[in-house]
Design a protein around this ligand. Structure first.
Ligand code: NAP
Ligand code: ZN
Ligand code: ZN
Length: 383
């Protein structure tokens, strides 16, 4: 059901049960100098493919940076959200939170960026900035919930935020990252989610020389975890369900690779690891991995399957093991990760695709058939 209503500041909108589509110019409000149209790709329902659609972006306000999006990585979270796997999606949904591009305009108070600079956006575009977590550079744990790059309430325009499968985006400069100049731009995009989501727990659990780190699931996040843990000096063991990824995991930097269905090979790693980063996007047996941890070792879940993952009590009581999780990373830590990647020359291994192939891309991602991250060449949006 769609009906028309007028907002207090003079905009006519079509109101649908779950979102607003603004199709007039926004007048009058102090913080709303107007909006402009942007081409995008998104979906109108969990069981519908992504397709071309138009969205509106606010014009840059005093602290905002407007970015023309050049490349956007394709995270499994995009697929979860588009298909309502987490049961909270508002449609239309425009995914994408691994964004790199070029600054096209800045607000009057912006100091970090100027037109023509490269810039990047990750999974968050705002937070309350006042709670203890925000003040400690942990915006990802904001008490009021961060404003995620897509499918969060849009404080400025109403409706929901729209992600990076689009022509441009406007974001407060605090949430805009500087892009290292020595890295391939398209292959840098996945660092903005896959990179920080694996860097943050490795840092938190103090991975370094002498650490033995397991990585479960060699996909977008997993292949970054291998590269980052190796660059931090760890001994890295990759666990995969795909025999074809064994040799590749070693090429990515793993010291050993194990097919997780091979019980004998798995048992050789019992009680051997300090930290395991589990990136699996579907229900799986975490007990098998908990038993590979040493005393006080931590299994850090970053994958987000929408189902409970039963833990055997004996598996954590004995050896005082820790079953924990981690969510992306704060803005300062994301910049630190980008600088770390610049220093160690680390980017994602990518397959560059046109936006018109995104639905096939999702199907391949579900099969674990990506080497190792799709990145959308956003120039294809103009086709
Ligand atoms: P991805 O590229 O699809 O990689 C996931 C990998 O998990 C696959 O390549 C596959 O690796 C393995 N896998 C998939 N299905 C499996 C199954 N049924 N059993 C065992 N292994 C399976 O996904 P991604 O983009 O890396 O994202 C992974 C998960 O992390 C998603 O749930 C995503 O939503 C979540 N995520 C969380 C955060 C956070 O802040 N915590 C941030 C971003 C993403 P092998 O072929 O090697 O087995
Ligand atoms: Zn992501
Ligand atoms: Zn906060």
């Amino acid at each position: 059901m769609t009906r028309k209503r007028q907002l207090p500041f003079g905009v006519y909108i079509k109101q649908q049960p779950s979102n607003f589509i603004i199709y007039g110019i926004i007048y009058g409000a102090e913080n709303m100098s107007g909006t402009k149209q942007a081409k995008a790709f998104g979906t109108h329902a969990a069981d519908k493919p992504l397709e071309a659609l138009d969205i509106r972006r606010r014009n840059a306000m005093p602290h905002d940076v407007e970015i023309e999006i050049l490349y956007c990585g394709v995270c499994h979270s995009d697929l979860h959200q588009a298909r309502n796997d987490w049961h909270g999606t508002t449609y239309p949904c425009v995914p994408g939170h691994e964004i790199v591009g070029k600054v096209t305009a800045v607000g009057a108070h912006v100091t970090k960026f100027k037109a023509g600079d490269l810039a990047a956006i990750g999974c968050m575009v705002d937070s309350c900035r006042e709670c203890e977590q925000c003040k400690n550079d942990l915006e990802q744990f904001c008490d009021a919930s961060p404003t995620y790059t897509y499918n969060s309430p849009d404080k400025h325009l109403g409706g929901r935020t729209y992600g990076g499968y689009s022509e441009h985006i406007v974001v407060d400069e605090h949430f805009v990252l500087r892009v290292p100049s020595n890295l391939d731009l398209a292959a840098t995009a996945p660092l903005l989610c896959a990179g920080i989501t694996t860097y943050s727990p490795l840092k938190h659990w103090k991975v370094g020389a002498g650490s033995r780190v397991g990585v479960v699931g060699i996909g977008g996040l997993g292949h970054m975890a291998v590269k980052l843990a190796k660059a931090m000096g760890a001994y890295v063991v990759a666990f995969t369900t795909s025999a074809s990824k064994m040799e590749e995991a070693k090429r990515l930097g793993a010291d050993e690779a194990v097919v997780s269905t091979d019980k004998e090979a798995m048992s050789k790693h019992g009680k051997s690891l300090h930290v395991i980063v589990d990136t699996v996007a579907a229900a799986h047996d975490v007990n098998m991995y908990l038993s590979l941890l040493k005393l006080d070792g931590a299994l850090v879940l970053v994958g987000l399957p929408d189902s409970a993952l039963p833990v055997q009590p004996f598996n954590i009581v004995s050896n005082r093991r820790i079953f924990t999780g981690s969510s992306i990373g704060g803005i300062a830590e994301t910049q630190e990760m980008l600088d770390f990647c610049s220093k160690h020359n680390i980017v994602a291994d990518i397959e560059l695709i046109d936006i018109q192939h995104i639905n096939e891309g999702y199907e391949r991602m579900l099969k674990g058939d990506v080497r190792y991250r799709f990145v959308i060449d956003m120039a294809s949006l103009k086709k």
